[in-house]
Ligand binder design. Structure first.
Ligand code: MIG
Length: 787
């Protein structure tokens, strides 16, 4: 408690926290070829270099004789055989691929990475790789004045992280979520640096407490791990999109979510009974507001025992799930890792009997206090336990449930340290380690167990998983919401850079609690937030116990009508969003993007945290202050059309934009296309509309992706991949399209049309080589086609 008073800044508190000083690895004594790479035997430690691809190099240092090359479960890429040219002189070794050059100077060991034409990507100065007496491992790199930093997973604060330091230690932070609140629930020890439009990335594959420091020194940044080894990957870029592609090559990409998972979701801690849930679903139906999911928070369980329902509150869960399903609504229950200590409770009995819980070295089960009271925690580092936990999810799938919400999986424990005792041992598939060494993996591995268990039980249907905690690679299993925010305008503002940086960190499927979790929301805040939510990859309204209810109708008809319109808009945009999810699945790219990702050579975009893009052609500049109806919007190069009014804005500069409460400032780049469906309800679309925003110059290529939205048949290519290109000229717009998917998939669309907005007077429209006359509609010229 004293930390919350001025005692926190008592002069005695500020003594150097450094435990031991930096020790350098020293001089290279010899070099050995091993495991497809080179080991540098140095004075104090050995360093191993490996090429994962010609554009990805891994650097491993530990103090063992032979560097241990084991990776964390975040890493899924296999080593490829890469052609590496090796040149050695007395003072240095040069390793050259067709994408990068690694230069190692030997006295002492210092590493730099350059482009094949000699531009420096990363380099080291006085200090490079080293360690400290207390077991920390650390790496210093040079920082240029123009370097910008992004990524680091789920962090609060602004977009550009230069001048900050971040710690990775999955933590349940209920209290403030201030700009400096750190760490939060997710640990993604990865960043991307941008230097004059060129980008590189570093992923530090260490699951213990890690710290990144871009603040303490002006010309150097560092990253260090509390324990374990220094094991990092350099991604050579060159654009920021290349870096994300490289990082997600190593840590994996998201599967396609079922379509219902990207619709509108309603949650509350908690809808406490079957009657309440049914009434909620009815209200949505009566009001005609589309809804795909209702969440069941902790009240559904029998005294918070996972894999149970409370018999009084939810007497017939199967019927409830079925009835809602008939209305097109899915139920997603919360599942926490803590298993109640209760000798008559099957999940606990089995866990104890079959040795699935985390234990101390001496053999006692570790117990912590969470919702169910004294609880044991499954040891997800053991594959056997992952399987056991996954199989328990049959309890849910048998009821017709297809999605799970994992919470408290940092793991959060109600005690001073907020988590499990760090001396607890994890089995780690035969290589036991302490919780201190593996803490940050707990959420990821719970996610893996859950996702894989659901997948096994769903017979070819895609599961949906939402998780609070995670580590690098979490995108392979789950969508991430940003935890317990509050109903403050500031938290709406902060959610943008937070989600954008998550997206740059390989996690595309993210969103905050719309409306704010803690504290009371109000009509205006909820409306503005819902407008933004309609375009964040994950779209769920959630609020805490004891706060005002915040369903879209709670603040009067005026607000309700606007929110309804934006929730409908979400559904109209699903073909576009789903195509972007497909891009996240295939390339790792985020759906919600900072402007710098699309315009890395435009320095004006580097720090923009209050605007974002959806894909490469949609710009959103929400209003995030009360009673404000005008704001400055920066438009990158090109011309931008106001989605609602059709007004055109010249890019490369800032304009003042007006937006009453019913308007989200939303702009489409001229000369591009977005895919929509005019059906405003539900995730099933019957008509595909391809909206072309006419221009007089330029060309644009894109693709629209679709599949059945619910099974895993897309793994084998049952999908539509419509490749489109648009050429705009003064007098002509030429569109061409082709379904380039390898396998036929019966298209659900009865109709498909191009709608051309903003055609200039005598512009002719050609589609696949044929002149089209089309039909004039309110929106523009409509040309029906068959696909
Ligand atoms: O705050 O399960 O972040 O979304 O509603 C304690 C109850 C535990 C935290 C989650 C929140 C959820 C709540 N949980």
């Amino acid at each position: 408690m004293l930390e919350d008073t001025s005692f926190a800044i008592h002069p005695g508190q500020n003594q150097a926290m450094e435990n031991g000083s930096y020790r350098d690895v020293g001089t290279v004594k010899s070099i050995q070829k091993r495991d497809g790479g080179l080991t540098f035997i140095c004075d104090e430690a050995d360093i191993h270099l490996q090429f994962y691809r010609s554009d990805i190099v891994r650097v491993v240092m530990n103090q063992r004789d032979i560097p241990d090359l084991e990776s964390t479960p975040a890493v899924v890429a296999a080593l490829e055989s890469v052609n590496v040219g090796i040149e050695e002189t007395d003072s240095r070794v040069l390793l050259t691929t067709n994408r990068l050059v690694v230069s190692v100077s030997k006295q002492p060991f210092r590493l730099s990475v350059l482009t094949p034409d000699g531009q420096v990507i990363v380099s080291e100065g006085d200090r490079g790789i080293g360690f400290k007496e207390n077991g920390e491992v650390i790496c210093y790199k040079k920082m240029e004045p123009e370097d910008r930093f992004y990524g680091f997973g789920e962090k609060s604060g602004f977009l550009d992280k230069r001048g900050e330091t971040y710690t990775m230690w999955n933590t349940d932070v209920y209290a403030p979520h201030n700009p400096e609140t750190d760490p939060l629930y997710q640990s993604i020890p990865y960043f991307m640096a941008l230097r004059n439009g060129r980008a590189y990335g570093i992923y530090f594959d260490n699951p213990s407490k890690t710290t990144f420091d871009m603040k303490t020194e002006q010309e150097v940044y560092s990253f260090k791990g509390d324990s374990g080894k220094l094991d990092y990957y350099v991604f050579a870029g060159e654009g920021p999109k290349d870096v994300i592609e490289q990082y997600t090559h190593i840590t994996g990409r998201m599967p396609l979510p079922p379509k219902w998972a990207i619709g509108y979701h309603q949650s509350r801690y908690s809808y406490e009974s079957e009657e309440e849930v049914r009434a909620l679903a009815n209200t949505f139906k009566e009001k005609g507001i589309p809804l795909d999911v209702i969440y069941l928070d902790i009240h559904y369980m029998d005294e918070y025992r996972v894999f149970t329902f409370d018999k009084d509150r939810f007497p017939n869960p199967k019927k409830l799930v079925q009835d809602l399903r008939e209305e097109g609504i899915r139920v997603v229950p919360i599942v926490d890792p803590g298993v109640k200590k209760d000798p008559e409770y099957p999940a606990y009995q089995e866990g104890v009997r079959n040795d699935h819980f985390c234990k101390y070295l001496e053999g006692d089960i570790y117990f912590g206090d969470v919702w169910p009271g004294t609880s044991a925690f499954p040891d997800f580092t053991d594959e056997r336990t992952q399987e056991w936990w996954g199989n328990w999810h049959q309890f849910y799938t048998e009821l017709g449930i297809e999605g799970i919400w994992n919470d408290m999986n940092e793991p959060a424990v109600f005690n001073e340290t907020k988590t499990m005792d760090t001396s607890v041992i994890h089995k780690n598939d035969g290589d036991p380690k302490t919780h201190r060494q593996l803490h940050n993996l707990y959420g990821l591995l719970m996610g893996k167990a859950t996702y894989e268990g659901m997948e096994r039980n769903l017979n070819g249907k895609r599961p949906f998983l939402l998780t609070r905690a995670g580590f690098a690679g979490v995108q392979r299993y789950a969508s991430v919401w940003t935890g317990d925010n509050r109903s403050f305008w500031e938290h709406l503002q902060m959610s943008l850079p937070m989600c954008m940086n998550l997206g740059l960190s390989g996690v595309a499927f993210t969103g905050p609690d719309v409306g704010g979790f803690a504290h009371d929301t109000n009509g205006e805040l909820l409306t503005r937030w819902t407008q933004v939510g309609a375009f964040t990859p994950y779209f769920r309204n959630h609020s805490a116990i004891g706060t005002l209810y915040q369903e879209p109708w709670q603040f009067g008809e005026e607000y309700e009508a606007i929110m309804k319109r934006y929730i409908e808009l979400r559904y109209e945009w699903l073909p576009q969003l789903y195509s972007l999810f497909h891009e996240a699945h295939t390339k790792g790219l985020p759906i919600m993007r900072p402007l710098m990702l699309e315009y890395p050579r435009d320095a004006k975009t580097y720090a923009i945290h209050d605007q974002f893009m959806i894909g490469d052609n949609t710009l959103i500049a929400p209003i995030m202050q009360p009673e404000v109806t005008d704001r400055a919007v920066y438009f990158p190069e090109g011309e931008w059309i106001d989605y609602f009014s059709g007004k055109v804005y010249e890019g490369g500069t800032t304009h003042l934009v007006h937006a009453e409460l019913d308007t989200l400032p939303l702009f489409i780049k001229r000369g591009t296309l977005i895919a929509q469906s005019p059906i405003r309800t539900k995730t099933e679309q019957k008509e595909l509309e391809l909206h072309v925003y006419a221009h007089t110059k330029g060309s644009y290529n894109t693709s629209v992706y679709d599949d059945d939205g619910e099974t895993t048949n897309y793994y084998s290519g049952e999908a539509m991949k419509l490749n489109l290109s648009i050429q705009c000229k003064d007098h002509q717009i030429a569109i061409s399209y082709r379904n380039d998917n390898e396998m036929e998939w019966p298209l659900p669309y009865k109709k498909c049309s191009f709608i051309l907005h903003g055609l200039v007077d005598d512009q002719q429209v050609w589609v696949n080589g044929e002149r089209q006359s089309g039909v004039w509609t309110e929106q523009g010229l409509k040309v029906e086609v068959t696909i």
